[in-house]
Design a protein around this ligand. Structure first.
Ligand code: OOG
Ligand code: MG
Length: 257
C-alpha cells in the first residue's frame, strides 16, 4: 500500500476546518508533492460539494511579495471558492468557528466568459465583466499558521470566507490603485494593486494557466480573487474590517464578539 492517502488527508483537513481545531503539517511526513497536493485539495473541496455547497470561483494566493514573506512560501498558488464561504458585504462572521482567522485586502473579478490558458493580458477586458474591492478571511488548518507549499495547497490555500464589495465596470488602469486594510477605523495595512504580480490582471492569467494544468477551466459568472496586496492581519472578536481600493470603493466585514 502506498503511504499517500489523499482522501484520508482531505478528511483530516476537512475535520480541522469544521471543528476549528488545528492539525500538524503533514506534507513532508507523507511525501506530498505539489501535484498530489492539488489532488488532496480537489478531494477536500469535493467533501464540501457533497454537503451541498456550490463552486462559485477561484482564488489566487501568494501573488504579492508581502504575502510570500509573511508565510515563507514563494510560489503562486490557487484554490477554490464555494458559496458557503461568501459572506455578504457588511455581513459578520463568528470568530469562534475558525482556528486563527486573518483578513487581507483583495481585488475581485467577475468573469464574463472563459479565458483560455495563455490568453494575452489584452484579452482581459473581454474576460472580466466587473471588478470589486474584497476581503478574504484565511484560516490555515495547520498549527501556528505554518506550512510548506504542498501543505497550503492541500488545505485549499487557507480559504475560509470572503466578502465582495460593490462591482464596478473595469477602470482604465488597475495596476497602481491604493489599497488600505482598516480595523476599527484604523489603518492596519497599506499597499497598492501593483503588489499583485505588478498588475492584478496578471493574477487572472496565472490562474487560468495554473488551474488549467489541473484540468480546471474558469467559468462564466465565477468570482476570481486576485490575491492579497498586503500581509494579512489577525481577526479579533468584535473587529470591524474595511478594505478600501482606490477607484473601486470598500468591502466591509464584522467579527461578532
Ligand atoms: C495562504 C493563502 C494566501 C493570498 O491572498 O495571498 C492568499 C495563506 O496565506 O495562508 O490567500
Ligand atoms: Mg487571499
Amino acid at each position: 500500500m502506498s503511504g499517500l492517502d489523499p482522501a484520508g488527508i482531505a478528511e483530516q483537513l476537512d475535520k480541522a476546518a469544521t471543528t476549528a481545531t488545528a492539525i500538524p503539517q503533514l506534507a513532508a511526513e507523507v511525501g506530498l508533492d505539489v501535484d498530489a497536493a492539488y489532488g488532496v485539495q480537489t478531494a477536500l473541496v469535493q467533501r464540501r460539494l457533497d454537503r451541498g455547497e456550490r463552486l462559485v470561483g477561484l482564488k489566487m494566493g501568494l501573488t504579492s511579495k508581502a504575502k510570500m514573506a509573511q508565510v515563507g512560501v514563494d510560489e503562486v498558488i490557487w484554490g477554490r471558492l464555494t458559496d458557503a464561504m461568501w459572506v455578504p458585504d457588511g455581513g459578520s462572521v463568528d470568530v469562534s468557528t475558525y482556528i486563527h482567522p486573518r483578513v487581507e485586502p483583495e481585488v475581485a473579478f467577475l468573469l464574463d466568459r472563459l479565458p483560455e490558458p495563455g490568453e494575452p493580458l489584452g484579452a482581459f477586458t473581454d474576460a472580466v465583466r466587473a471588478v470589486a474591492p474584497a476581503i478574504e478571511l484565511i484560516d490555515s488548518r495547520y498549527a501556528n499558521f505554518t506550512f510548506s507549499l504542498p501543505d497550503v495547497i492541500a488545505d485549499n490555500t487557507s480559504a475560509a470566507a470572503f466578502v465582495i464589495g460593490p462591482w464596478s465596470p473595469v477602470p482604465d488602469g488597475l495596476d497602481n490603485l491604493g489599497v488600505l486594510l482598516e480595523i476599527d477605523g484604523r489603518v492596519a495595512q497599506v499597499g497598492s494593486t501593483a503588489a499583485i504580480l505588478g498588475d492584478p490582471r496578471r493574477a487572472l492569467d496565472e490562474g487560468v494557466r495554473l488551474a488549467g494544468r489541473h484540468g480546471v477551466r474558469l467559468r462564466e459568472g465565477w468570482v476570481f480573487l486576485a490575491g492579497a496586496a498586503t500581509a494579512a492581519v489577525p481577526l479579533r472578536p468584535g473587529a470591524q474590517v474595511r478594505a478600501v481600493v482606490e477607484k473601486l470603493g470598500t468591502a466591509t466585514l464584522k467579527a461578532a464578539s
